[in-house]
Design a protein around this ligand. Structure first.
Ligand code: 5GP
Length: 138
């Protein structure tokens, strides 16, 4: 079954397109966490960042970088958040890989905040944790 981004890519649902080539499309997010909030999406369906092949990944992030630069130069953003959510626990609501490019301004933007809880590092066995993840790479 097609997800909402597949419908947008196929032109079945309207969107505000910023960029498009054979592999990638970039559109304004309908929710606009801040002014200019953009989604960069591969046209082929991959569920998320973790299942996207490297060649397509490079194309997606290349477009994301250029859009971030444009948001800085044209919209007057003073910073940009580049982020992607993987899985519902991480906040992914559309199961089609996409990268958010969220311009940040000096004050007054309201709708978007990232906060990371800071745990006491002593509550984890950090050397063991590092080893576990390292082993997962092999
Ligand atoms: P996620 O929560 O999966 O990381 O991000 C999905 C994003 O897609 C949300 O920010 C949401 O606002 C956006 N979105 C959902 N439906 C549509 C739509 O129909 N059009 C556009 N342009 N964005 C959408």
């Amino acid at each position: 079954m097609k997800d909402i981004f597949c419908h947008i890519i196929d032109g079945e649902i309207p969107s505000n397109i910023i960029y498009e080539d054979d592999d990638v499309i970039a559109i304004l997010d309908i929710s606009q966490a801040t002014k200019g909030h953009t989604l960069v999406i591969p046209k082929a369906h991959y569920d998320n960042f973790l299942s996207c092949p490297m060649e397509i990944m490079h194309k997606v992030y290349d477009v994301a970088q250029r859009i971030g630069q444009a948001e800085m130069s044209v919209l007057g953003a003073k910073g940009v958040n580049i982020l992607t959510n993987v899985g519902e626990p991480a906040g992914q609501s559309v199961p089609h890989f996409h990268v958010h490019v969220i311009p940040r301004y000096l004050g007054g933007e309201g709708g978007f905040q990232i906060t990371m809880a800071s745990h006491d590092a002593n509550s984890f066995d950090l050397p063991r944790l590092a080893m576990q993840i390292k082993e997962g790479l092999e």
